[in-house]
Design a protein around this ligand. Structure first.
Ligand code: HEM
Length: 401
């Protein structure tokens, strides 16, 4: 993949690029947004920009990709590319924008590393960038094409039909279509991007998992209110909770997301924590709708029974399945207990008997994902059978660091 000319140059300079990735990422974004402030209106989320880890995601992924090219020249990091491509198309990214990112990123690398960036070094990193960019552009073209949409047409206006207060912090929004266009079907586990003007008029995007299988006219998504304002991180969830009422209009993208339930006959284990229940609720709803005969085990960890979002919906769906069961873990067990077995403390997958040869789907905060995934691997579950959805920057970045 990487040319023989660039390979030794990338090998030699990767450590120094990796060491300075934080600074490169910071200067790259600052430089790009100074030149193109429009990119902060409706494309990049300023809450993410305030979060250093998320800021490193883009530049860091290029360094992670370069490491991959050196260490596994015959393979591609499909998980990484697929996750990024889905996120990009859910934001309506177009191929011409890759040149902009290229120019500002290369500027930042030179700005941070100075004279170390000889013409040979610059050419080698240029090659890495365009290798990755072209793979992403192709994947993104395929994703748009599969649903017969383009960067302009992924957006559509819906009307809020209902707000359902699920828990103290979580509201489900049910939206209905108001035009005659077909509703693009969603796959179990996918998300949509919502794009809204904030109080200062600047548009901000955020992704939310769909919590129910399609019903033709409607979509359901659940929003957890992020506390701790005035950080920009909670801007969208606070706006939705406080200001968006039934009858209001919202703009959503078509559904995307690569962590989706496979259509097989194998048992399926869904493990979630907190608001990580949302893609699981979507998957359960699809299984019920399909009349699935699969063995389905839902494991859920939460602060308390009262904090368990979408609890009624998922409990009912588990009950509707031919072979569904629920196991819960609560830090504070006070409150009305759900059906199924309940445990106190953090999730322990060894406390329940899990089906052989199951597919696993995990969703929750990073430490939860790491702990559950490690336990499953230690119990002999093959890594290929474990898929996970991270809300926030992905694990591979942590692996790289
Ligand atoms: C998100 C990589 C090009 C806009 C991301 C993420 C990565 C990434 C790793 C985080 C995904 C996640 O885990 O959630 C890349 C790479 C690129 C590239 C490697 C080039 C080779 C672009 C371009 C644009 C763009 C050209 C548009 C100008 C975004 C936006 C997000 C994002 C808006 C969402 C995160 C946020 O709001 O900060 N990209 N990207 N990316 N990317 Fe890209």
């Amino acid at each position: 993949m990487l040319s023989d000319t660039s390979r030794p140059v990338i090998q030699a300079t990767l450590p120094v690029v990796a060491e300075h990735i934080e600074e490169i990422a910071t200067r790259f974004y600052r430089h790009m947004f100074e030149a193109r402030p429009d990119l902060l209106d409706g494309l990049f989320n300023r809450g993410n920009q305030a979060d250093g880890r998320q800021q490193q995601a883009l530049a860091g992924s290029i360094a992670a990709f370069a490491t991959y090219l050196i260490e596994k020249p015959d393979q591609l990091p499909d998980h990484l590319l697929s996750r990024v491509a889905h996120k990009h198309v859910s934001l309506g990214l177009s191929p011409d924008q890759y040149q902009t990112v290229h120019d500002h990123l290369m500027w930042a690398i030179v700005d941070v590393l100075g004279e170390a960036v000889t013409p040979e070094v610059a050419a080698a990193w240029d090659e890495v960038y365009w290798l990755m960019a072209n793979l992403l552009i192709n994947k993104e073209r395929g994703l748009y094409g599969a649903v017969h949409l383009s960067p302009e047409t992924i957006w559509r206006t819906w009307r809020v039909a209902q707000r359902i207060q699920e828990t103290a912090d979580v509201i489900t929004f049910v939206v209905e279509r108001i035009d005659e266009r077909d509703v693009k079907p969603s796959l179990p586990g996918q998300y949509v991007t919502i794009k809204m003007p904030m109080k200062d008029g600047v548009h901000q995007p955020r992704q939310y998992s769909l919590t129910r299988a399609d019903e033709g006219q409607h979509r359901h998504f659940a929003v957890k209110r992020v506390h701790g304002l005035p950080t920009p991180d909670g801007e969208m969830s606070n706006l939705l909770h406080q200001d968006v009422r039934a009858g209001d209009e919202v703009v959503l993208s078509a559904p995307f997301g690569d962590v989706v339930l496979e259509y097989t006959d194998r048992p399926v284990v869904l493990a979630s924590a907190g608001i990580g229940i949302t893609p699981m609720a979507g998957m359960l709803s699809h299984l019920v709708k399909a009349g699935s005969q699969r063995q389905v085990v839902l494991l859920h960890a939460d602060d308390s029974p009262d904090a368990f979002p979408l609890r009624r919906q998922v409990t009912e769906d588990i009950g509707r399945l031919a072979d569904g069961s629920l196991h819960t873990w609560f830090i504070n067990a006070a409150g009305d207990q759900p059906s199924g077995s309940t445990f106190s403390g953090f999730m322990d997958v060894n406390a329940v008997e899990l089906p052989m040869d199951a597919e696993y789907y995990l969703c929750g905060p990073l430490p939860f994902l790491q702990a559950v995934r490690s336990d499953l691997i230690a119990n002999g579950v093959p890594a290929k059978d474990i898929q996970y959805e991270v809300f926030g920057p992905d694990l591979w970045l942590a692996d790289f660091q």
